[in-house]
Design a protein around this ligand. Structure first.
Ligand SMILES: O=P(O)(O)OC[C@@H](O)[C@@H](O)c1c[nH]c2ccccc12
Length: 262
């Protein structure tokens, strides 16, 4: 079994449990600006800064961190959106983390999870998410379509994640307007920015927002993503391990002419 299959097997059990539990209280909140609109109109690389305690490929990353303190630091450092990993068994996160972060930041929040059932979308929305992730490799196309339209009906934006040309075709058939190219192969954990370079060129239509995900360490990586056509990057580990979040953020937020934004 691949790690992705293991994660999905656990998710199915979680969904069964969620359906028996009490639905969480709906958080009262102000609307935020659309991530799509703000990223498309920016002149600098947009950074989605991720709250990630641990991962199956790296084990523990930063288990001491308080998600609210981390998210507030991200916002102060100039992040454009916050991603909160809510999966518990493999990433040590929770929906409670997302809810707490929501109460302290005003940026768009991405609920980063392995969504396989509408109940997860409803809970994410109630907990304050603005954007959800749908991973093409984890879903049948009909499921992907159902979950995608459910999310739009709920007023959420959707980041549709792909890793190869076939998945990209599926995302484009769906009409996704935000496509995330994961540089990490979820089956082997190998990270290679060439994934963004290869796939971004195949994305037809200037109105699709491209996000390059995983493995971003420095301004060089950010410039590489920008040259390939990405308007956003999703960064977890580098920011979670950084001793100077403001500096790391500055390095990643290159301006779109390829010159460092500083
Ligand atoms: O820590 P990194 O290498 O910066 O990666 C962040 C993010 O892209 C990664 O966490 C991720 C991308 N797609 C996912 C799907 C599920 C869980 C996690 C992910």
């Amino acid at each position: 079994m691949t790690i992705l299959e293991k994660i999905i097997t656990e998710k199915r059990k979680e969904v069964v449990r969620l359906k028996t539990e009490k639905f969480p209280e709906i958080l009262d909140r102000k609307p935020v600006k659309s991530m799509y609109d703000s990223f498309m109109s920016s002149t600098k690389m947009n950074v989605i800064a991720e709250i990630k305690r641990a991962s199956p490929s790296k084990g523990e990353i930063n288990s001491e961190m308080d998600p609210v303190m981390q998210a507030v630091q991200y916002e102060e450092a100039g992040a454009d959106a916050i991603s909160v990993l809510t999966d518990a068994p493999f990433f040590s996160g929770s929906m409670e983390d997302l809810r707490r972060v929501r109460e302290h930041v005003s940026l768009p929040i991405l609920c980063k999870d392995f969504i396989i059932d509408p109940i997860q979308i409803h809970i994410a929305k109630a907990s304050g998410a603005d954007v959800i992730l749908l991973i093409v490799a984890a879903l049948e196309e009909h499921q992907l379509r159902e979950l995608y339209s459910e999310a739009l009906d709920q007023g959420l934006e959707v980041l549709v994640e792909v890793h190869n040309a076939e998945e990209l075709q599926t995302a484009m058939r769906l009409g996704a307007n935000i496509i995330g190219i994961n540089n990490r192969d979820l089956k082997t954990f190998i990270v290679d920015l060439a994934a963004t370079e290869e796939l971004a060129g195949e994305i037809r239509g200037k109105d699709i927002l491209i996000i390059s995900e995983s493995g971003m360490k420095s301004s060089l990586d950010s410039i590489r993503a920008e040259k390939a056509g990405a308007k956003g990057i999703l960064v977890g580990e580098t920011l979670m391990r950084s001793g100077d979040i403001a500096l790391s953020m500055k390095n990643l937020k290159v301006s779109f002419d390829g010159v460092d934004a500083r």
